[in-house]
Design a protein around this ligand. Structure first.
Ligand SMILES: *Cc1c(COP(=O)(O)O)cnc(C)c1O
Length: 385
């Protein structure tokens, strides 16, 4: 897509950015370039910048161009998973002896990466609450803190961090702000336009959107940071394969329409649950009662497709509701077209039991899909009895 049309609307970029129809065949969709190597036109004479598919592959290039356009970044990098993207980024930005500030309710896998992989390597970290800018400022160690890591909304409590405010706190201390934008997706929130330096995605979730591929991405604003990430992506090698890149790119084309329907359905579910006698509390940033409502309203287009709620009757009832649901599939992960229900305390967040990150035992998390909303409400009604 041309320079001019890079400034096109979100849905136009989602469908066109990163790839021009193939000049030889006119193919509208990039082929899955299942090739490891490329014929050279003489020693060291590369055609179109490709020599080996760890370094670059045309299907992956198309995905990376699309992601950069959607997040309004300079460059994007596609990885084998969200965690592969995160590890590569930390290797690119930090050295042993450095320090990072992370959310005290970061995604469990992110927390484990810091605690069990990066810290033993020499990277110190301090957890701070994402909604508390003063606590984040206090956690920064001047000169040592290289990265402030934000996730907003968080999982599963849907806590909101103020991206603009945290960006200025990080930059005052000479640190970069990294935002995990997985829950919002680039359709609802574009952290680079709010001052963040790097966006992280688990493209497994809303970007892919069909629960059929695991992937990750980094989108970068600054070309110097991009050079470091490019070097480490190639050196560590945890790249997205061509088929995975192709599936993710296909998912991204419908991101806007999917997210709007996810949000429509989530709003209906929130309204239904809020009036239900078996429900003790509904947690959703779109509710005025949510402490992050005003900040979310400023930085997000809508409030997303994830809804958490607590039931009366404690853990036993929460487990029973999860097991009675039929249209909502009992399962981990999120962001696909199908609705999912899970019990964080026993499933996604079982590993944080007994820590500060422990979640309420009567909590249920929904990833509200794009099925017919009446069917979703009827299913919740029968599951809640
Ligand atoms: C799933 C997820 C990740 C990790 O991504 P993978 O693709 O599973 O490696 C990171 N952050 C958030 C918020 C996630 O939901």
């Amino acid at each position: 897509m041309s320079e001019q049309s890079q400034k096109a609307g979100f849905e136009t970029r989602a469908i066109h950015a990163g790839y021009d129809p193939d000049p030889m065949t006119g193919a509208v969709i990039p082929p899955i370039y299942a090739t490891s190597t490329y014929k050279q036109d003489g020693v060291g004479g590369m055609r179109g910048g490709y020599e080996y598919s760890r370094s670059a592959n045309p299907t992956r290039t198309a995905l990376e161009g699309n992601l950069a356009a959607l997040e309004e970044g300079e460059r994007a990098f596609a990885f084998a998973s969200g965690l592969a993207a995160e590890h590569t980024l930390l290797q690119a930005l930090c050295r042993p002896g450095d320090h990072v500030v992370i959310p005290n309710d970061a995604y469990g896998g992110t927390y484990r990466l810091f605690a069990k992989v990066e810290e033993p390597w020499g990277l110190a970290y301090t957890p701070a609450p994402v909604s508390d800018v003063d606590a984040i400022r206090a956690a920064i160690r001047p000169g040592e803190t290289k990265v402030v890591w934000l996730e907003t909304p968080t999982n599963p409590m849907l806590t909101i961090g103020d991206i603009e405010a945290v960006a200025s706190v990080a930059h005052d201390a000479g640190a970069l702000l990294v935002v995990d934008n997985t829950f919002a997706s680039p359709y609802l929130q574009q952290p680079l336009t709010l001052g963040a330096d790097v966006v992280v995605h688990s493209t497994t979730k809303y970007c892919g959107g069909h629960s059929d591929v695991v992937g990750g991405a980094l989108v970068v604003k600054d070309l110097e940071v991009a050079e470091k990430v490019a070097f480490h992506q190639n050196s560590i090698g945890a790249v997205a394969g061509p088929f995975d890149a192709w599936l993710t790119l296909r998912g991204l084309k419908t991101l806007g329409v999917r997210m709007d329907r996810h949000c429509d359905n989530a709003e209906k579910v929130v309204e239904f649950l809020s009036g239900h006698g078996a429900v003790a509390e509904v947690i959703y940033p779109g509710l005025e009662s949510h402490p992050g409502h005003a900040v979310a309203g400023r930085q997000m287009k809508r409030y997303g497709g994830i809804v958490s709620f607590r039931v009366n009757g404690g853990e036993a009832e929460a487990l029973a509701v999860c097991e009675r649901a039929e249209v909502f599939t009992l399962g981990e992960s999120l962001g696909g077209v199908e609705s999912l229900i899970e019990h964080p305390g026993r499933m996604t967040h079982a590993s944080v039991a007994g820590t500060d990150l422990e979640v309420p035992a009567d909590l249920i998390r929904l990833s509200v899909g794009i099925e017919t909303s009446d069917d979703l409400l009827a299913d919740l009604d029968q599951a809640l009895r």
